[in-house]
Design a binder for this molecule. Structure first.
Ligand code: NDP
Length: 343
């Protein structure tokens, strides 16, 4: 079967495409330019020579009819995975043009195009975010985050780019669910609400000195003063490995239990001290260059400072899915990074 994956150049989307090709799906990806398509095609064809993979350029996902021609042209598309959305800080644009328009209009333009021109599509999976569930970094104390949670923040509360990003994700997800309620399309909708996604880039040659936004959190932790002692409390977050979250984009196509759900999964809670422990344990060459902190405090810090969450609603429906270790994901990030750059 053929799957359309938007935002193919993305860190996460490449993991999704990688798994789809491994499973012999046919994939049509979208990028914003021919050049980006050619780079990806080379990479994936190198890894999977017989892969059925092609790309289409969608220059502006915020345009109302952005996906119309593509869906008219490809009646073979059975599944749609929409990951494209602005993630990086972009000071060149207003919050509205930089985040809200592409996130919200992009979601509506693809859903409308499917409804109008691709009635054969049976399942749509949209990458939402943990940021649609709660205010990341400012989670209310004592609240357990689940797949029923919604971030209370609205557009009028937005002050920083991270606020703009978070509200854009929430509005886009809400608009998608409302679209399904109002329009009663023939496809099923699932959203995936990932916390921090950690893992190596699928291809070494797409690794940049500046890591992508979510892995960059790890990089910031390596920049804590190497002389720092005492428990390191930076970045109390929830994390998931990239291959796991990629899997949760594909499971709704294969498992009816998941096809109409908000999918919220977490691999592990994480805090700077834990990351430092993992790095000091696994990379002797980093010892002394990164902080040691207070090794034995990690578990207590996690229990005290990380958000509380309950993913059982999703995991039960996913046949008690077994998660990859976030620790391994972090080790893989640095194995790849240190083979090309130093910290
Ligand atoms: P990346 O920045 O690596 O990928 C973002 C993708 O969206 C790229 O393909 C990018 O295209 C595309 N994109 C961004 N802005 C636009 C736009 N205005 N018009 C068209 N395409 C655009 O980030 P991730 O892989 O981390 O994120 C992928 C998805 O996962 C996003 O929806 C994000 O919100 C979500 N997510 C990610 C998390 C994480 O921890 N990484 C956590 C929760 C959710 P281009 O390469 O051309 O810029």
């Amino acid at each position: 079967s053929t799957v359309l994956v938007t935002g193919s150049t993305g860190f996460l989307a490449q993991h999704v495409i990688d798994k789809l090709l491994q499973r012999k799906y046919e994939v049509i990806g979208t990028t914003r330019s021919e050049e980006k398509s050619a780079f990806l095609l080379n990479n994936f064809k190198g890894k999977y020579p017989s892969a059925k993979l092609s790309f289409e350029v969608v220059a502006d996902i915020a345009a109302k009819d952005a996906f119309d021609e593509l869906l008219k042209k490809h009646p073979e598309i059975k599944y749609v995975i929409h990951t494209a959305s602005p993630v990086t800080p972009d000071s060149a644009k207003s919050f509205e043009a930089g985040y809200l328009a592409p996130a919200l209009n992009g979601t509506l333009s693809i859903l409308n195009a499917i409804k109008l021109y691709a009635p054969q599509v049976t399942n749509v999976v949209i990458t939402s975010s943990y940021a649609a569930l709660t205010e990341q970094g400012n989670e209310p104390k004592g609240v357990v985050i689940t797949n029923k949670s919604w971030n209370p923040m609205n557009w009028e509360d937005v002050k920083t780019w991270l606020d703009a990003y978070s509200v854009s994700k929430k509005y886009a997800e809400q608009a998608a669910w409302k679209f399904c309620e109002d329009e009663k399309p023939s496809f099923k909708l699932a959203t995936v609400n990932p916390p921090f996604v950690l893992g190596p880039q699928v291809f070494d040659n797409s690794l940049n000195k500046q890591l992508n936004v979510s892995n960059n959190m790890l990089s910031e932790i390596t920049h804590i003063d190497p002389a720092a002692t005492g428990p390191q409390t930076m970045s109390p977050v929830l994390a998931i490995s990239a291959p796991d979250i990629a899997e949760f984009h594909i499971l709704p196509l294969e498992n009816k239990e998941l096809e109409n759900e908000r999918l919220f999964v977490v691999g592990a809670p994480l805090i700077a001290q834990k990351v430092l422990n993992i790095l000091n344990d696994n990379f002797p060459e980093l010892r002394g260059k990164i902080a040691k902190g207070d090794y034995d405090s990690a578990d207590d810090l996690i229990a005290e400072l990380c958000p509380k969450y309950d993913i059982s609603a999703t995991v039960k429906k996913a046949s008690d899915y077994k998660f990859a270790s976030v620790e391994n994901a972090i080790v893989d990030v640095f194995k790849q990074y240190l083979s090309k750059y130093s910290i």
